[in-house]
Design a protein around this ligand. Structure first.
Ligand code: GDG
Length: 484
């Protein structure tokens, strides 16, 4: 069965470059996960190309070039300027994103955003209809397209329809605030399969359905839940997304990466590197982390000169005012901390605000003695998994927010933190730095085994199995890898 992937954004960045348009692969959680799965297959990826103001012929030729270089087809669903602002910047980024991350006070429940969201689902549906074949599995990704399954079903499409939510599903008291809460739930229940990242997400989803759609019938099996509304059944399951472990671990072992690691070690000789890698987003808890860093340096003076915080922030959603404010607040806070604690030969925080090359990222993952993830809420957080995969010497410590989806799988072997608790995070920084190699190794080994076993191919085979597609060999499992 061929797979048609549908996501809001295509996995590309199209931008003007020295007077000409150029195209390159994008970075981001969804891309990292799906890219290796499509390469070399007969699949197709549909989505918005992200370019505004580019002639259609030029776009077509850029996409064709990119498809050839990637080994799979991509096709564009172009959005008009108003659709971009009202649907993407409005409905997606000012309503669903903050609400589903429990930040309802940041929501702007503008009725027009909903109207445009409906219009865009129709547009995506037309693209699916024109590119899909009768036996294709239509696999829709993420919160922007929760309504697409319903539109396709209403148009009479008979294909199997699957949906995966990459972000958390909120608790009923939060979800209830959405003005279109019943419409959204009913639309989701038109998909045949719904995948969520964690058990709490599944619990929240089921509670929302129970409260808001009492007519839905529920049937539990050992691994999934079947919900039936007006004669249509959906299977809902938990499928924590993984990474391509081997690609990261092998990449980190490359001589070019090893050389970069050596340079980093030389530059930071005698110091522990504490790494964070985040998209610019208020859900990643960067300001909370900076507050904890300031407290740790204040409270534990021994840490000064002993640690260097390496903070990588990747630009994101630069047109949304909240993100512009966040960027300047982060820069102010970094400047404040560096101004307060810098000494000759030592700067506490190295702040990188740009997209970094993959090799550079792998080198930082491998070189870092500690990785710290402070998400206030996160569907999964792939950075946590990538860090473990790249720890080929097994010496790192993972400090992980208990509100990142990854905590469900990795929490037992990480230093778990509540990012809102500045005291606790400051203490965790100290604890991580003080952890001896004898304590680090067994924990990192378990983390790596888990990330290797529950990798992106395992995730894919679990999702496809729920869609009734068996891939033959199970991709891997925790039991087979000896983790449990
Ligand atoms: C969403 C959910 C869920 C980052 N900077 C660079 C770079 N990256 C890559 C990382 C990682 C990805 O971006 C970030 O993934 P996350 O999972 O941390 O976060 P989101 O983008 O918010 O993703 C999230 C995910 O979907 C998957 O389901 O885990 O919870 O919010 O892969 O490596 N890559 C490169 N340069 C960078 O500068 N090359």
């Amino acid at each position: 069965m061929r797979i048609v992937f549908v996501s809001n954004r295509l996995p590309v960045v199209i931008e003007p470059n020295e007077g000409r348009w150029s195209i390159r692969g994008a970075s981001g959680g969804l891309v990292t996960a799906l890219d290796p799965l499509l390469r070399g297959s007969d699949g197709i990826w549909l989505g918005w190309p992200g370019a505004v103001g580019l002639e259609p012929e030029k776009l077509e030729s850029l996409l064709a070039d990119f498809s050839r270089s990637q080994g799979y087809r991509i096709a564009a669903v172009p959005l008009k300027e108003k659709e971009y602002t009202q649907f993407y910047e409005g409905f997606c980024n000012q309503i669903i994103w903050p609400l589903f991350h429990d930040l309802q006070s940041l929501c702007n429940f503008e009725p027009e955003f909903w109207h445009y969201a409906q219009q865009v689902q129709q547009k995506f549906a037309r693209a699916v209809e024109s590119h899909g074949k009768p036996d294709d599995l239509i696999w829709v990704h993420d919160y922007q397209l929760m309504g697409l399954g319903q539109v396709l079903a209403d148009h009479g499409l008979q294909n199997k329809l699957a949906f995966f939510l990459h972000i958390p599903f909120p608790a009923p008291d939060i979800f209830r605030k959405l003005p279109w809460r019943r419409q959204v739930l009913k639309a989701l229940l038109r998909y045949d399969v719904i995948g969520l990242q964690t058990t709490p997400d599944l619990d929240n989803f089921l509670q929302c359905v129970q409260r808001l759609l009492p007519d839905v019938e529920r049937q539990d099996t050992s691994r999934q839940v079947r919900l039936t509304l007006k004669g249509h059944s959906s299977v809902i399951g938990v499928f924590p997304i993984g990474i391509d472990y081997k690609e990261f671990a092998d990449g980190a072992a490359q001589p070019t990466v090893a050389q970069k690691v050596e340079e980093l070690r030389k530059n930071f000789a005698g110091r522990q590197i504490i790494l964070s890698v985040d998209r610019l987003d208020y859900t990643k808890g960067v300001l909370y982390r900076l507050r904890a860093i300031a407290l740790a340096l204040e409270r534990y003076p021994d840490l000064r000169r002993q640690v260097t915080f390496f903070q990588v922030i990747v630009p994101s959603r630069e047109n949304v005012p909240q993100y512009q404010t966040l960027k300047s607040e982060i820069e102010q806070s970094v400047a404040h901390i560096n101004g307060k604690f810098t000494e000759p030969g030592w700067i506490p925080i190295h702040h990188v605000f740009r997209n970094v090359e993959r090799e550079e990222l792998l080198a930082w993952y491998r070189a870092a003695d500690v990785a710290i993830i402070t998400s206030l809420k996160d569907g999964m957080n792939l950075v946590a998994k990538e860090y473990c995969a790249c720890q080929i010497n097994g010496n790192g410590v993972l400090v992980l927010s208990e509100f990142a989806g990854a905590a469900e799988q990795l929490g037992r072997w990480a230093v778990l933190i509540n990012p809102y608790d500045t005291d606790e995070v400051a203490q965790a920084i100290k604890q991580a730095v003080m952890t001896t190699p004898a304590q680090r190794r067994p924990a990192m080994e378990k983390l790596r085994m888990n990330v290797r076993a529950e990798n992106v191919y395992w995730w894919l085979s679990e999702c496809l199995a729920a869609c009734g597609i068996s891939q033959g060999q199970p991709a891997s499992s925790l039991a087979a890898a000896g983790v449990v």
